[in-house]
Design a protein around this ligand. Sequence first.
Ligand SMILES: [Ca+2]
Length: 133
Amino acid sequence: MSKAAKKKSSKKRSGSEAAQFDQKTIQEFKEAFGIMDQNKDGVIDKSDLKDLYASMGQIAPDSQIDAMIKEASGPINFTVFLTLFGERLTGTDPEATIVGAFAMFDKKDCGKIKEDDLIKILQKQERRAIGRG
Ligand SMILES: [Ca+2]
């Protein structure tokens, strides 16, 4: 994988967004997706988001989760996730991708999700992954 992929694109086109990402970006989004998909069934749904909030010690009201899910027109699988967030969040770390995703989701309750909390989750997930072997 080349480091040249870091250059900034000034193009602001919409359309077939999902096809435009490089491998590195896709890998980062996969990591972010994997963390948000708490039960690892390949789709981010209501219970995943609830679990994610719960792991940050927060209880999210159903109405809020519903509003988040409604951002997508259907089940949020990886492709949908990439399409939803990819056009707005590119070339960032998995942490930043998730923080950005939440910032977009969390319009009504701004500031509830803190980067620190997410990093804690990421670290927990990493530890879990290592422990599992
Ligand atoms: Ca899931």
